[in-house]
Design a protein around this ligand. Structure first.
Ligand SMILES: Nc1ncnc2c1ncn2[C@@H]1O[C@H](COP(=O)(O)OP(=O)(O)OP(=O)(O)O)[C@@H](O)[C@H]1O
Length: 372
């Protein structure tokens, strides 16, 4: 577990940020200039805050009150930057083993094989970085960071320099990294779809302060987060499991609120997914609507309503999950929406996180099962 509580003053900017990041992938998320780089530089030991504490798994990196400061080279923090920063004259194998003081032990060679396999870079070991794609270089850079046996990993926008195809290629490796290494990973990104796909915990920063922190689904279904993201990006993330691929090719998904159907051809029964449901794509009806093309209609209860500059954001409980719907003030008044009321949420679009993987637009007439 990483525990951070630091203060730093620059001319025109004050950072005062406290949060903890458990094992798993914690995304540090916030607008440009909100203090993300200042925080990760302080954790890496590249800069010293004015005051505060930083601790990883009980090891004190910095404690101003106790005058403790562990220099960067003794922190054992793996750092992955936007650009892979590999040595161009060394092969991939040599890059991976660079500084590999541990390389002669049997455990080390097992680790090497395991990490090479986890990052899918076995076939690249004899190449030099010049002969790798951007995504491959990043996988090697991540492999190198893990091979240094870090206490934790810091990743500063590791996909920002890649095009969408390369991003999609690397995301499954980041998921494996998150699920198999049990390292705390602090990951900086501007991309909501990366957060949706990867984050187990989200720390939202605004002007040097932590404005929200917690499990991803909770943070994204919070109206306060929605207003920070803006209504075009606001939306909940819910978990789903693929139950079956039906005869017409639609995948039937089980969520805690009921079944959903998705036209996603690459899904396999049993797969666990994260779905992103944008607030602007959720309509509300008092009765289960009939004769409409939307396939995904789920019974829900209104938890609360909050005003936005453009309308009303409705927070809905759907089983144990929470989703958001952004509607006009006139609609909210006409339907007399209030907390506790039962409604039917019509999901125009459900996308598998990240949004770039696939988007399902339902086209069939509603079936009786679709109302479940
Ligand atoms: N060494 C410094 N001296 C003075 N001001 C600094 C210094 N480093 C950062 N700042 C200021 O601190 C604020 C936060 O910067 P920081 O780089 O941490 O933000 P960020 O969230 O990482 O932004 P971005 O997403 O653009 O990388 C900015 O206003 C920046 O100008």
């Amino acid at each position: 577990m990483l525990v951070v509580n630091i203060q730093q003053h620059f001319l025109g900017f004050d950072l005062d940020a406290g949060f903890s990041a458990p094992a798993g992938l914690t995304v540090l998320f916030g607008q440009s200039g909100s203090g993300k780089t200042t925080i990760i530089n302080a954790i890496a030991g590249l800069s010293r805050p004015d005051s505060g504490q930083i601790e990883v798994d009980g090891v004190v990196f910095y404690d101003s009150a106790k005058r403790q400061y562990l220099p960067a080279h003794r922190r054992q923090v793996g750092y992955v930057f936007q650009d892979a920063r590999l040595f161009p004259h060394l092969t991939v194998r040599q890059n991976l083993l660079y500084g590999g003081w541990f390389a002669k032990t049997r455990k080390a060679s097992t680790d090497f094989g395991h990490i090479v396999d986890m990052m899918g870079i076995e076939h690249l070991l004899t190449r030099r970085p010049g002969a790798l794609s951007g995504g491959e270089k990043q996988r090697v850079a991540i492999g190198r960071a893990i091979l240094s046996r870090p206490r934790m990993l810091l990743m500063d926008e590791p996909l920002a320099a890649l095009d969408d195809a390369r991003k999609a290629e690397i995301l499954p490796y980041l998921e494996r990294l998150r699920d198999e290494t049990h390292l705390p990973i602090l990951y900086v990104t501007h991309s909501v779809s990366e957060v949706a796909r990867l984050a187990t915990t989200v720390v939202m920063l605004n002007a040097g302060r932590v404005v929200a922190a917690g499990p991803t689904s909770e943070i994204f279904s919070d109206p306060a987060t929605a207003s920070l993201l803006g209504m075009a990006e606001a939306g909940a993330i819910i978990r789903a499991r693929v139950e079956a691929i039906e005869a017409d090719g639609l995948a039937r998904l089980q969520t805690s609120g009921g079944s959903l159907w998705l036209a996603q051809h690459r899904l396999q029964p049993g797969a666990e997914l994260r779905l992103r449901i944008m607030a602007k794509d959720v309509l509300l009806a008092l009765e289960p609507p009939t004769g409409i093309s939307a396939l995904n209609i789920i019974a829900a209860h209104i938890r609360d309503l909050s005003d936005t500059p453009e309308g009303v954001l409705v927070r809905l409980d759907m089983g144990t999950e929470t989703i958001l719907s952004h509607i006009t003030r006139r609609s909210a008044a006409t339907l007399n929406l209030r907390p506790g009321k039962s409604v039917h949420a019509v999901l125009k679009t459900v996308s598998v996180a990240p949004g770039s993987v696939s988007v399902s637009r339902s086209s069939a007439t509603q079936t009786p099962e679709a109302r479940e």
